[in-house]
Design a protein around this ligand. Structure first.
Ligand SMILES: Cc1cc2nc3c(=O)[nH]c(=O)nc-3n(C[C@H](O)[C@H](O)[C@H](O)COP(=O)(O)OP(=O)(O)OC[C@H]3O[C@@H](n4cnc5c(N)ncnc54)[C@H](O)[C@@H]3O)c2cc1C
Length: 423
């Protein structure tokens, strides 16, 4: 059996690992257009800040590929999939045959239309998705750099945090009225923003970059609110788009992402897809969407791998969950934060602390915890299990949650069946 995997990151590595665990005879090959062994993508901002050394960027041990007998082809781009011949064309016109193929190509930065912006020409414009880009940025910055970050989402804020204290100024721009608008409501976003501002990062919200100016490189950015900012480094981090082209041109069904069934199988029988490049069922919205998150990619990769070796394993429906920190402030946001008809209950709130629960029809459907994450596992389990809140021992809006919230019988089951979440 020849297993071929395009993409050497969370989804691709999980798939390769589980395939090799269960099939010691078949060949497992991973293709990557990057030059590095698999690394922790979320760590690139810590590399930028100097908190993580290059040797600690690795996602797996140095001998991972060799010890697992997995062939990895770095600097190798998959250009075309021939589903008839079961071959993948890679750079240098080489063809790699497969019996089972996994597409785990992740996503690419979305570049908005900005007058005069030209990534090919201007050498001081960056995106922030790869280790290479983080290295390039680290080499380019100086103490005098005035940095403008377009996008106050997770990636933009992480880039800003990574650069903090290393440059003259950082200004983050976003069209929304708040930071991380897709996962935070305004009160929660305000706490995060205030905390980030205390670390000398400025915000220009409800505006966007309409134009960049400069002789060769970008030296000024013009905002739609009329303000003009001096700029030595511009980072564009306004969002990502799933890498679906390879699948699409092979005739595989795509929509927002690559379309897969619950076995992570695409519309083409022997081709699977996993991670940021696919759309999958959101447990809470009951519709397909792209959940661009590391644990989701890793879980999907594992399920895809299991199905590639012939096990019939279904991927559980997931929901959005972000667990991150900014300058030491811990944030967990999960599920749906605002939904029509739901009650959004703030149970504890202070300058640097928040516990906000979103309840609909007796179910917890989302929560935001800021500096309050000890019991996130229980809230997550309540969402995941669709637990009716009225069946619990006490009203979760009235006091901080503990395992004692479950009726005795349920509690005993949870303790014995503990899945590793922080109960
Ligand atoms: C700065 C930053 C911080 C983040 N923080 C968090 C966090 O705190 N929590 C969280 O859950 N998620 C976080 N994420 C998101 C997380 O990194 C992604 O969800 C995860 O990496 C997705 O894994 P993947 O395997 O699907 O794809 P990717 O990690 O994107 O990997 C896909 C790989 O495929 C390669 N590839 C693409 N096309 C081809 C081709 N044609 N041929 C060969 N190779 C190809 C790509 O170059 C890439 O190496 C963060 C991301 C960034 C950038």
């Amino acid at each position: 059996m020849r297993y071929l995997i395009i993409g050497n990151s969370a989804a691709g590595i999980s798939a390769a690992d589980i395939i090799r665990t269960n099939d010691t005879k078949g060949s497992v090959t991973i293709i990557s257009d990057e030059e590095f062994d698999a690394y922790g993508r979320p760590l690139i901002s810590y590399y930028l800040s100097g908190k993580v050394e290059p040797e600690n960027m690795r996602y797996r041990s140095v001998d991972f590929y060799k010890s697992r007998n997995i062939e990895v082809l770095l600097n190798t781009e998959a250009k075309k999939i021939d589903t008839e011949k079961k071959e993948v064309l890679v750079n240098g016109d080489k063809k790699l045959g497969y019996d089972k193929l996994l597409i785990a190509t992740g996503s690419s930065p979305f570049i908005p239309q900005i007058k005069n912006l030209d990534f090919n020409k201007q050498k001081n414009v960056f995106t922030f998705l790869t280790y290479r880009e983080s290295i390039r940025l680290k080499e380019k910055i100086t103490k005098k750099s005035r940095v403008v970050v377009a996008g106050a989402g997770l990636i933009g804020l992480k880039a800003a945090e990574g650069l903090s204290k290393q440059v003259e100024s950082i200004t983050v721009i976003d069209l929304a009225d708040r930071v991380m608008a897709s996962v935070l409501d305004k009160p929660a976003a305000d706490i995060i923003q205030n905390h980030i501002e205390q670390n000398d990062i400025n915000f220009e919200l409800q505006t966007s970059i309409s134009e960049v100016r400069g002789e060769k490189d970008v030296s000024k950015v013009v905002l739609s609110n009329g303000r003009v900012l001096e700029c030595d480094i511009l980072i564009v981090a306004v969002g990502v788009r799933p890498n679906t082209d390879l699948a699409k041109t092979a005739g595989i069904k795509t929509s927002k992402g690559i379309v897969v069934n619950e076995y992570m199988q695409t519309s083409e029988k022997d081709i699977y897809a996993a991670g940021d490049c696919v759309e999958s069922l959101d447990l809470l919205l009951n519709e397909s969407r792209v959940l661009a998150l590391w644990p989701n990619a890793s879980n999907q990769g594992e399920i895809a791998g299991l199905n590639m070796i012939g096990a019939k394993t279904k991927a559980p429906a997931a929901f959005a969950m972000n667990a991150i920190s900014f300058f030491g402030m811990q944030l967990i946001s999960a599920g749906i934060i605002n939904a029509l008809g739901s009650s959004n209950i703030v149970t504890d709130s202070a300058k640097d602390k928040l516990r906000r629960l979103n309840i609909l029809n007796d179910n917890l459907i989302g929560f935001i915890l800021i500096n309050h994450n000890q019991r996130a596992g229980i809230y997550t389990a309540l969402i995941n299990d669709r637990t009716k809140l009225s069946t619990l021992e006490y009203d979760i809006t009235l006091k901080d949650i503990g395992l004692s919230v479950y009726p005795k019988e349920e509690r005993t089951k949870k303790i014995w069946n503990h899945k590793g979440c922080d109960l």
